[in-house]
Design a binder for this molecule. Structure first.
Ligand code: MN
Length: 250
């Protein structure tokens, strides 16, 4: 088996090294990661300049672009063979609810999924890498578990969030749906040394829909959250309404 591992925190991130280490013995591992921290870059592809790739001392191939660039370049020419599984992470911080739309970690996995390859994104709930070794053991368990089961039809995409606990690998795992967040906190306005007004994007809002069955709820209850994701953004329920309005069938 061939496993492609990427992330969004950059090729030197402890979470990437932990995930690579955790997959030892499962197959041939290729690591392709961004040169810079590219958290929050979503599915961006770099189209206005060429990308460079170098081999780092830790064995990773390092791309001067986004997480999606890394997996895209890997699958369209850099790798000699198509991988059987794409993994992303382990991210420094949660990717739950609406955050998944902005997440570079989820996007790297999603790029594999869009190419028809099963993919899993892993995140630790709290920033700071506490108990990363336990999170890496969870990643290994989840990979072994899904590979041992009969494969789901077609490609699939899982989003895994792991509480920062020493016993994370002994926590129950719960299959969840995405919760929702409130809108972000207000932008932070400052004046820079040149007297210009600058803006920092504010932190994410609190959970708005974090009820039973959501990723927020599972993690708050001390469980590992596993959310199957899809990419179709169509509002299927609203199709009849908009047909009436837009196509003038009233
Ligand atoms: Mn990140």
């Amino acid at each position: 088996m061939r496993i492609l591992i990427a992330n969004d925190d950059g090729y030197l991130a402890p979470g990437l090294a932990a995930l690579v280490e955790a997959m030892q013995g499962l197959g041939e591992v290729d690591v392709i990661a961004p040169e810079q921290n590219a958290s929050g870059t979503s599915n961006a592809l770099t189209l206005n300049r060429p990308l460079t790739v170098f081999r780092a001392g830790n064995g990773a191939q390092v791309v001067s672009g986004t997480p999606s660039d890394c997996v895209h370049v890997a699958l369209t020419g850099l790798l000699p063979q198509r991988p059987d599984l794409v993994l992303s992470g382990i991210n420094n911080g949660a990717n739950m609810g609406d955050d998944t739309l902005y997440s570079g970690t989820v996007a790297a996995a999603m790029e594999g999924y869009l190419f028809g390859i099963p993919a899993i994104a892993f995140s630790q709930v709290q920033k700071g890498w506490a108990h990363l070794d336990a999170a890496a053991r969870v990643a290994r368990q989840v990979v072994e578990q899904v590979l041992a089961a009969p494969p789901a039809p077609g490609p699939w995409l899982l989003n895994v969030n792991i509480p920062n606990r020493a016993d994370a690998d002994r926590l129950a795992r719960r299959v969840t749906r995405l919760g929702r967040r409130h809108a972000s906190e207000p932008v932070i306005r400052q004046v820079n040394p040149r007297g210009e007004t600058i803006y920092w994007i504010g932190p994410a809002g609190d959970a708005r829909e974090g009820g039973e069955g959501t990723d927020f709820h599972a993690v708050a209850a001390g469980l590992v959250s596993v959310t199957p994701l899809q990419v179709d953004l169509t509002d299927h329920e609203a199709l009849p309404h908009w047909r009436d309005v837009v196509e003038g069938r009233r």
